[in-house]
Design a protein around this ligand. Structure first.
Ligand code: B4P
Length: 196
């Protein structure tokens, strides 16, 4: 199985690149942001609680997000692999992902970590806010989301660095240029595993 974590700050292109990777490698896409937004749209109890947290730019509690991931893994036991988009965002989530995959004799193959400076993130997300009306894409919330990323999510990179799975990829350029850089890394990993 190819299990890719797409990692990076808000607006770094995780969702954008995930779509292209699914197309190429036929993996199952698990985006915790999308899952939470669909709960919000359906106005479930979970969605009502999550909306307040997301609009404030905070992270939704670990146990909620981990529960959603466990359900998705159970639903797709025959999948050729997964793309985890926007998950894990805390070290606790990373540990729980490891446990959940171990239950299926699986593990994270690699963590593609998109590197994009704050000014560019702000530019992209303000533009998306104008086009989509997403309520967390406004200047104040974006700044807070990036701060939350730096304090709570960056430690996840150290967790995967220790396992030699963290692969930084430059996230500036056109969507296709960035996609090529990611594919190069994925192919490199596949060759390495096949020759082992
Ligand atoms: P997410 O849905 O994960 O939102 P995101 O990080 O803002 O989006 P993403 O990074 O995928 O967007 P992309 O760059 O593709 O999370 C939203 C909220 O949900 C979080 O703040 C949190 O509250 C909650 N949440 C989600 N997961 C959680 C978890 N695991 N634990 C706790 N809470 C969780 O796109 C951004 C824009 O850039 C797009 O408009 C795109 O078109 C553009 N773009 C992409 N690539 C570009 C490029 N190369 N050049 C120019 N523009 C580009």
């Amino acid at each position: 199985m190819l299990n890719i974590v797409l990692f990076g700050p808000p607006g770094s292109g995780k969702g954008t690149q995930a779509e292209k990777l699914i197309d190429k490698y036929k993996l199952i896409h698990i985006s915790t942001g999308d899952l939470l937004r669909s709960e919000v749209k359906a106005q479930t109890q979970l969605g009502l609680e999550a909306k307040k947290i997301m609009d404030a730019g905070e992270l939704v509690p670990d146990h909620i997000v981990i529960g959603m991931i466990q359900n998705k893994l159970k639903e797709h036991q025959d999948a050729p692999g997964f793309i985890f988009d926007g998950f894990p965002r805390t070290v606790e989530q990373a540990r729980e992902l490891r446990k959940a995959l171990t239950d299926y004799d699986e593990r994270v193959t690699m963590v593609i970590s998109l590197q994009v400076p704050r000014e560019e993130l702000m530019k992209r997300l303000l533009k998306r806010g104008e086009e989509s009306g997403r309520s967390d894409d406004n200047e104040e919330t974006i700044n807070h989301r990036i701060d939350v990323y730096e304090h709570q999510t960056i430690p996840v990179t150290y967790y995967y660095e220790k396992m030699h799975k963290h692969i930084p990829v430059e996230g500036i350029g056109t969507v296709d240029q960035i996609f090529k850089r990611i594919v190069k890394e994925v192919e490199g990993f596949k060759k390495y595993y096949q020759s082992e």
